[in-house]
Design a protein around this ligand. Structure first.
Ligand code: COA
Length: 254
């Protein structure tokens, strides 16, 4: 059995991209972003793949960027692994379905904004703690969240950055359905298989049409956010916040 932190499972017409680093709550390193991007690119290149499911399994989706890796390998430009992943996920042309259990932190929540269907377990917990880490919104969340929930609620999510549960995520339209945790992945897979049986060209063209009005704005938001994100990452406040996490203490911003 493979223990790679990103596993690609090929089930007929559906691929499952599985994040598997449970001891670190599936926190994503640069190498893991690269593997996820390679998985998405492989799914595009293989005409037999009709839909992709992304999941972290039954215990957690992902705790977001690996904070130690952030310090060691900060994303500096367009070619950084996290940027390549964000571009891949936001332009992925085939149906992309997320199965979420446990924590979905930072990019674990923002990447859901780019999925076509999202299913979450009753205990799922979402959060966007960028500001608390001395960082800024990423993954086009500064554009897509206000569109989804309105400026008032988006400000609450991105500025106050308090975690929210699956029922709240459902009410705000971030996810499609809440299920018992043990059923989330099987349900997402069943939905993917339903999509895989449909006319592929009609399906992909319809997805492209849904995305078309804001495709350019999404790409621009990702790039502009990344510029500010990289600058903040070098700031004393981010250094303090990230170091505080590593040292398991509260950050001091005063
Ligand atoms: N980067 C690096 N390591 C992480 C991590 C991350 N984003 N998230 C969790 N881990 C590690 C913890 O340091 C811990 O490692 P240890 O066992 O060597 O001490 C292990 O994963 C388990 O995490 P723990 O904090 O004990 O689990 P928890 O259930 O109490 O809390 C979280 C889970 C996700 C709420 C908490 O770990 C957390 O807040 N993580 C940081 C999330 C974050 O800020 N991500 C960046 C977003 S941009």
């Amino acid at each position: 059995m493979t223990t790679a932190p990103i596993q690609v499972e090929q089930l007929d017409f559906v691929w499952v991209l599985r994040i598997h680093r449970v001891e670190k709550k599936n926190a994503l390193t640069a190498a893991m972003y690269e593997a996820l991007t390679a998985g998405l690119e492989g799914a595009i290149a293989d005409a037999g793949v009709r839909a992709v499911v992304i999941t972290g399994g039954e215990s957690c989706f992902t705790a977001g960027n690996d904070i130690g890796d952030f310090i060691a390998n900060p994303p500096v430009d367009e070619k950084s692994p996290v940027m390549r992943f964000l571009r891949a996920v936001s332009t992925f042309p085939k149906p992309l379905i997320a199965a979420v259990n446990g924590v979905a932190v930072g990019i674990g929540t923002t990447l859901l904004l780019h999925c076509d269907l999202v299913y979450a377990g009753e205990g799922a917990r979402f959060s966007l703690p960028f500001v608390d880490l001395g960082l800024v919104a990423e993954g086009a969340s500064s554009l897509l969240l206000p569109q989804l929930v309105g400026r008032r609620k988006a400000s609450e999510l991105l500025l106050l950055a308090e975690p929210f549960d699956a029922a709240t995520a459902l009410a705000m339209g971030l996810i499609n359905r809440v299920l018992p945790p043990a059923e989330v992945e099987a349900f997402a897979l069943a939905q993917a298989q339903k999509l895989a049986a449909k006319a592929p060209s009609a399906l992909q063209t319809t997805k492209a049409l849904i995305l078309r009005p804001q495709q350019d704005a999404i790409a621009e938001a990702i790039a502009v956010e990344a510029h500010h994100f990289a600058a903040q990452l070098r700031s004393p406040e981010a250094m303090e916040a990230l170091q505080a996490f590593m040292e398991k203490r509260k950050p001091r911003f005063s």
